[in-house]
Design a binder for this molecule. Structure first.
Ligand code: ZN
Length: 245
């Protein structure tokens, strides 16, 4: 039997233990402060310097919490490191915590981009977000691109922007090739996450759902786990490693 390809589809629920605010949940940042959603909406962002100033401040506030990977991120990285299975992570999160836990960049597909980098909306020059924070400290509330003077933004997919087609294509291929798909901390209610589960299930993958609340795919799953992710996932992955040994 060939080595398993284990695909993880991760959402906000895997990072809440790391102190990353959940954006859309019942107590989420955008649920409590609907005006914050404007800060991540492309049209508002591009046309209003005040929105950009507040958007950078919001990013700064999350960054200053110094979120660290938690037991769930570490368990996934450890599975990949063990070589017991081939591992790919498709994430809806923009926090970079899978890589911070030690998972190589090439094994992580970030559907909504990343806040670790910034990109120029004119010339597409990229750089680390720390550079923007340093310029904010030096007095620039909305630092322009140092190459061309264009508007900088985080390398995230904002509202009103399309997902990266190449990333989506790769995610679809992984969903079709994986032998196991674990959907972790995602309610599976929005595209493309839901579509990826459909693809994996149709291709015969074993589906495991680890989420605090019911999802539309629970009936399709071989296993549904409601326990806290930081406790449940390390145990699940230990079992998976033993079954491969
Ligand atoms: Zn530029």
């Amino acid at each position: 039997m060939g080595r398993q390809l284990v695909a993880f589809l991760t959402g906000a629920g895997i990072s809440t233990d790391s102190g990353i605010p959940d954006y859309r949940g019942p107590h989420g940042l955008w649920t409590r402060h609907p005006e914050y959603e404007k800060l991540a909406t492309y049209d508002y962002y591009m046309t209003d310097p005040e929105i950009r100033r507040r958007s950078w401040q919001m990013r700064r506030e999350v960054f200053d919490l110094r979120p660290q990977p938690n037991a769930a991120h570490r368990a996934i990285a450890s599975l990949a490191d063990s070589g017991a299975a081939a591992v790919r992570v498709i994430t809806q999160n923009v926090d970079g915590l899978h890589q911070a836990a030690g998972l190589p960049d090439r094994k992580v597909l970030e559907l909504h981009g990343t806040t670790r980098s910034v990109v120029c909306t004119s010339c597409e020059a990229r750089g680390p977000i720390e550079d923007v924070f340093a310029r904010m400290d030096a007095g620039e509330a909305d630092p322009p691109c140092s190459v061309c003077g264009g508007i900088l933004k985080t390398a995230t997919v904002m509202f009103g922007e399309a997902l990266d087609a190449a990333v989506l294509l790769k995610a679809g291929a992984i969903a079709q090739e994986c032998t196991v798909m674990l959907a972790v901390g995602t309610s599976l209610q929005v595209y493309p996450a839901a579509g990826l589960v459909d693809l994996a299930a149709a291709a015969g993958a074993r589906l495991v759902i680890v989420n605090a609340t019911p999802t539309p795919y629970d009936d399709l799953a071989a296993e549904v786990v409601r326990e806290p992710i930081g406790e449940a996932l390390p145990t699940l992955l230990q079992e998976l490693r033993r079954s491969e040994a």
